[in-house]
Design a protein around this ligand. Structure first.
Ligand code: BEZ
Ligand code: FE
Length: 304
């Protein structure tokens, strides 16, 4: 019977993966074991602490449902999602910066016509969003599906509300770019909001005295065939949480100045009922795989 001290044990576990046929899987397993064992050695982890961690991860799993992804949330608040994003997007080459997908992309976006109001029945300050999708040289890309989603004025996504099952999506839609690469829609000005704090991840955030807030933003997933899928947000300039996003997702290039307008019509010529805001933000995508899996494991393959 082999006997191991605390460092020999690491080598033994690594050897146990020797026969793994896929070299990448073998490498990932070995490095995972090394990092986990280092953590236990460095911290002199107690049985109570290890038991707490197992219970915590169990509760993270138990909190997951088809519309609630507590593991993504955990990855997000540990900065792992942004780190995976960073190591995979080192060279943007002029393409729009990326950020976290987040747990509220449910992959069910319904196509809507340009100019549609995706928050028609919701209270909030009205906003018109206009955008264009181009390649790195500025050539407009036509027929590109763009999924958009954001929180309502109370800081909730539609998928977080019980009414989602019966009333369907709101503040969430798919637009397809026109011949000039453009799309536009109406909605409400999003506000900053807390990530869900009613689960184990929220418990960890509150116990460690972090705040749970994300600065106001709109999510965009630009999925042009033949180009890298672009998963990003546009943040609202001036938000008080831009410097301390709980998921570390803010990049300067993604902060947009929102113009306050009082013109009687919006850019598509239709009437505005009172003052409104204008968000203008264009996206540049780089050539690459057009149907890559997202961090959710959802294949973003659907085209229109
Ligand atoms: C979001 O922006 O929807 C989000 C991202 C990460 C964690 C929680 C929410
Ligand atoms: Fe969000």
């Amino acid at each position: 019977m082999p006997q191991f001290n605390d460092t020999e044990l690491t080598a033994a576990v690594i050897r146990s993966f020797e026969e793994t046929p896929d070299p990448r899987v073998k490498f990932l397993m070995e490095e995972l074991v090394k990092s986990l064992h280092d953590y236990v050695r460095k911290t002199d982890l107690t049985f109570d602490e290890w038991g707490y961690a197992i219970d915590f991860l169990t509760r993270v799993g138990q909190k997951c449902t088809p519309t609630r992804q507590e593991f993504i949330l955990l990855s997000d608040v540990f900065g792992v999602s942004m780190l995976v994003d960073a190591v995979n997007h080192r060279e943007r080459g002029g393409a729009t910066e990326t950020t976290v997908l987040g747990p509220f992309y449910v992959g069910e976006h319904k196509k809507m016509p340009h100019g549609a109001d995706i928050s028609a029945n919701l209270p909030g300050e009205r906003m018109f969003v206009q955008s264009r999708v181009t390649d790195l040289k500025g050539k407009p890309l036509a027929g590109v599906p763009v999924d958009v989603w954001h929180a309502d004025d109370d800081g909730f996504y539609d998928s977080q509300k019980p009414s989602y099952e019966t009333q369907g999506p709101s503040s969430r839609a798919r637009f397809v770019t026109d011949a000039d690469g453009r799309f536009s829609f109406r909605t409400i000005l999003p506000c900053s909001y807390p990530i869900p704090t009613d689960g184990p991840v929220g418990e960890m955030i509150l116990q460690t005295r972090r705040h749970p807030m994300r600065p106001a933003h709109v999510h965009f997933l630009v999925n042009a065939p033949g180009y890298e899928p672009l998963i990003t947000h546009v943040f609202i300039e001036g938000d008080k949480y831009l410097d301390s996003d709980v998921v570390f997702g803010v990049k300067d290039e993604l902060i947009a100045k929102i113009e306050k307008r009082s013109d009687p019509t919006m850019p598509d010529g239709k009437r505005a009922d009172g003052p409104w805001h204008l968000m203008t933000y264009d996206f540049r995508v780089k050539p690459g795989e057009g149907a890559a899996p997202t961090p959710l494991g959802v294949k973003v393959t659907e085209t229109v």
